[in-house]
Ligand binder design. Structure first.
Ligand code: ATP
Ligand code: MG
Length: 440
């Protein structure tokens, strides 16, 4: 019999509910991840008890009424929060998003039937073992993602499941079954009814998954539907590494070639060329940035990820040289963290190109080493690191505002170039000299 070790809190919840004559199981993602020998993110419990009953049994604990109408309460136990949900089935779905109503049921199997994929539709009890009416365990072994029931109906009920399917396929490196894939291809236009932040939450995880390349290539129609800015790239051929790819394929390879987990780098790799099909010649970075900003706003990206991604796109073609002078200039312009992201971007992008990647990778690694040395030596690279500040100039009778800003920037550039030492006396002497010269 399959055995899953439950955390203390989950085991205690099952015990309390059973002592009151109810059925109770751990269910969903935690069962799936345990069978895959992964650490579950959270443990959900499902039970025949209704919310009022659950609340009355756990009076001593802190309880959050998460979604009473849907039968969910959250118990805050010592080892973490647990969502406890009454067995339920969903009513009709008329908006392709959520059920019009839900009703509580007595049978765990009915509850499992409303869940999206076979691998998510398993429950477990320490005495009964695995409850797996839809063959989820077998599908985990086959590494296959497939809907519970009729895929076309399931995506029609709730189109977000399409994004969830791509997420699970990418994160676990699973195949999507033929019927489920066909239903995705048919139903993805319904995604327009789904809130952008829910789509982005799934997209973000999809991009970080190890199976992302296959998913991006097999379901380009879905990705270009949720990010229409990408659509022209899918039909835009470009020669690279002796082969012809579309810009979309190359972007997908870049996304897959970046091994880190920073969504800003993943998104920049996906979107950095969206302006290219619109710019026949010359610089497309600005156009790409503009379109990527539009996509970011639509998908409701958080501010930090958006800003970092847009800056990477803006500078994705600019050359950072593996020299102290150039690296200092770039540190002053975009900061340490972004410079590291830019080197990650370049390495992944050159791997996607398949040309001269070894020398490019070596160059980017050198840039990182130089940046680390500059940081370690405490060499100046931004206004706040200068040995003088605006206050010093104010005290010497300079006028507030633009004049001071310009003067500080000027000495910063000279320090970065290495033509002035970052020393108070030297900087002030230089500026006084400049000022006198301007007056003459
Ligand atoms: P994660 O590890 O990301 O938490 P998860 O499978 O636990 O993955 P949740 O969103 O926490 O995902 O959902 C818990 C369970 O609820 C799922 O395993 C699945 O059984 C069910 N579920 C979640 N969303 C849907 C949906 N849109 N349609 C049907 N069932 C769903
Ligand atoms: Mg979960």
């Amino acid at each position: 019999m399959t055995e899953i070790k439950l955390p203390k809190g989950a085991a205690a919840i099952l015990d309390v509910l059973e002592a009151r004559g109810h059925q109770a199981y751990v269910v969903g993602g935690c069962v799936r991840d345990s069978l895959l020998s992964l650490e579950p993110k959270d443990w959900d419990v499902c039970t025949s008890a209704v919310p009022q009953e659950i609340e009355s049994y756990f009076k001593e604990e802190r309880i959050i009424p998460t979604g009473l109408r849907h039968g969910t309460v959250t118990l805050l136990l010592d080892d973490g929060p647990y969502e406890v949900t009454t067995f339920r089935k969903d009513g009709a779905y008329s908006d392709n998003r959520r059920p019009d109503s839900v009703s509580f049921v007595a049978d765990i199997r009915e509850d499992l039937a409303r869940r999206d994929f076979t691998i998510n539709a398993m429950a477990y009890h320490p005495k009964e073992g695995l409850i797996d009416p839809f063959g989820g365990e077998k599908d985990l072994q086959k590494r296959l993602l497939t809907c519970v029931g009729h895929a076309d109906t399931r995506f029609n009920e709730d189109a977000l499941r399409i994004m969830r399917a791509l997420r699970f396929a990418s994160v676990y490196g699973f195949q999507i079954s033929e019927e489920t894939a066909a239903a995705i291809d048919k139903n993805y236009p319904l995604l327009r009814k789904i809130a952008a932040e829910r789509i982005y939450a799934e997209l973000r995880q999809t991009l970080l998954g190890s199976g992302v390349l296959k998913v991006l290539l097999a379901f380009s129609a879905v990705f270009t539907a949720v990010i229409p800015e990408l659509a022209p790239c899918a039909g835009f051929p470009e020669k690279s590494g002796g082969r012809t790819h579309t810009l979309y394929d190359r972007a997908a390879r870049g996304v897959a070639a970046y091994p880190g987990d920073d969504p800003a780098v993943k998104l920049a790799l996906l979107l950095h060329d969206v302006g290219k099909p619109l710019c026949r010649s010359g610089d497309h970075a600005q156009k790409s940035r503009e379109l990527a900003e539009q996509a970011a706003d639509r998908l409701r990206l958080d501010h930090e990820t958006k800003a970092a991604m847009l800056e990477l796109i803006l500078y994705h073609e600019d050359d950072v040289e593996p020299s102290v002078k150039s690296v200092r200039q770039w540190l002053a312009r975009i900061g340490y963290r972004q410079l590291l992201r830019l080197t990650d971007f370049r390495i992944a992008d050159s791997l996607a190109y398949g040309t001269e990647s070894n020398s490019e990778i070596a160059k980017q690694k050198t840039i990182r080493q130089i940046a680390d040395q500059i940081i370690a030596q405490g060499l100046c690279f931004s206004l706040k690191d200068l040995a003088i500040s605006g206050r010093d100039l104010l005290a010497r009778g300079w006028t507030e505002g633009k004049e001071i800003g310009r003067a500080l920037q000027e000495v910063l550039d000279l320090v970065i170039e290495g033509s002035l030492p970052n020393e108070r006396k030297a900087l002030l002497a230089h500026l006084e000299k400049q000022k006198r010269r301007r007056r003459l």
